[in-house]
Design a protein around this ligand. Structure first.
Ligand code: SF4
Length: 288
């Protein structure tokens, strides 16, 4: 492809992204330059645009944290709620309006610590919500404390001599709790991220896409890993891309980031459908 054609493609892509921002209301954004949250936001926009969804029927729900600011900047229906509670609010929205596409944007601190209980129960219920879990291994907004995904030995403001804790594997947790679409990618792998987001949004049931992301301001600096580009290079080197379409072997270790679809189950029933069946049977005067 010629340079001119590539430039035209890039211009077209940025025009698409601009159409879904709130530039005159909520910008400049609060993210550090180079933060992975911006990469995830543009990927989500591309995924929704390619799927041709009506933006008035897309609800972004978030809790608290750097990544949770995303619904404020993107021009969809938005609920910016309290710490860890995004999935509780999202469940209410989906239950009352099953026709809406409900997407939760959350971080590792927000969803796996204070919000961990809501996450496991949303997985168990298999409610038709997509959760984009941006995992940068640390609390960014509150000043660089360890989170439930901080690797052992990693430095944070609360672990100046290295963390002694064992981390959660978010995808394992979601699988064990009953989620029916689980995938992992990184902010380096944007083409794959677009595709996984599209598949997750189209999946009927609870879907989780874990995006390994960079917080160079805290995680990178405190662990001497360098700036955003150095962390992106690290993701490129550690990641293995498995595009088998379904149920890959997830041999995640500190030095390996398998990416692709980890688990997909199209058989398990979805909560809103089950609830509707119950309503219909009661309306006919007999229990389901
Ligand atoms: Fe991103 Fe970290 Fe800055 Fe928050 S503190 S905006 S997560 S780089």
């Amino acid at each position: 492809m010629s340079i001119a054609a590539k430039e035209a493609g890039a211009r077209q892509e940025s025009d698409v992204v601009l159409r879904y921002l709130r530039p005159h209301v909520k910008f400049p954004n609060m993210w550090c330059p180079g933060c992975g949250n911006g990469v995830v936001a543009t990927s989500l926009i591309r995924a929704i645009d390619k799927l041709g969804l009506d933006r008035d029927n897309v609800v972004l729900v978030s809790g608290i944290g750097c990544s949770s600011r995303m619904p404020v900047y993107l021009d969809f229906q938005a609920l910016h709620t309290t710490h860890g509670r995004a999935l509780a609010f999202a469940t209410g929205v989906k239950f009352s309006r099953p026709d809406l596409k409900v997407i939760v944007i959350t971080g590792d601190g927000d969803s796996l610590s204070i919000g961990g209980n809501h996450l496991i129960h949303a997985c168990r219920r298999n409610i038709d919500i997509t959760t984009i879990l941006i995992n940068n291994y640390i609390y960014g907004m509150t000043g660089g404390q360890i989170s439930p995904t901080t690797p052992p030995g990693a430095h944070a403001t609360t672990t100046p001599y290295g963390s002694a804790e064992k981390p959660f594997e978010a995808c394992d947790l979601a699988k064990g709790a009953g989620a029916t679409f689980i995938a992992r990618t990184t902010v380096y792998h944007t083409t794959q991220m677009d595709r996984l987001m599209m598949e997750a949004i189209q999946h009927k049931g609870f879907s989780l896409v874990e995006v390994i992301s960079n917080c160079h301001t805290y995680y990178g600096r405190l662990n001497r890993l360098g700036q955003a580009t150095a962390l992106l290079r690290m993701f490129q080197e550690k990641a293995s891309v498995q595009d088998k379409g379904t149920n890959m072997v997830d041999d995640r270790t500190k030095d390996m980031i398998p990416t692709g679809i980890i688990h997909r189950d199209s058989e398990k029933t979805e909560l809103c459908d089950e609830y509707q069946k119950l309503i219909d049977s009661l309306a006919k005067g007999k229990p389901a």
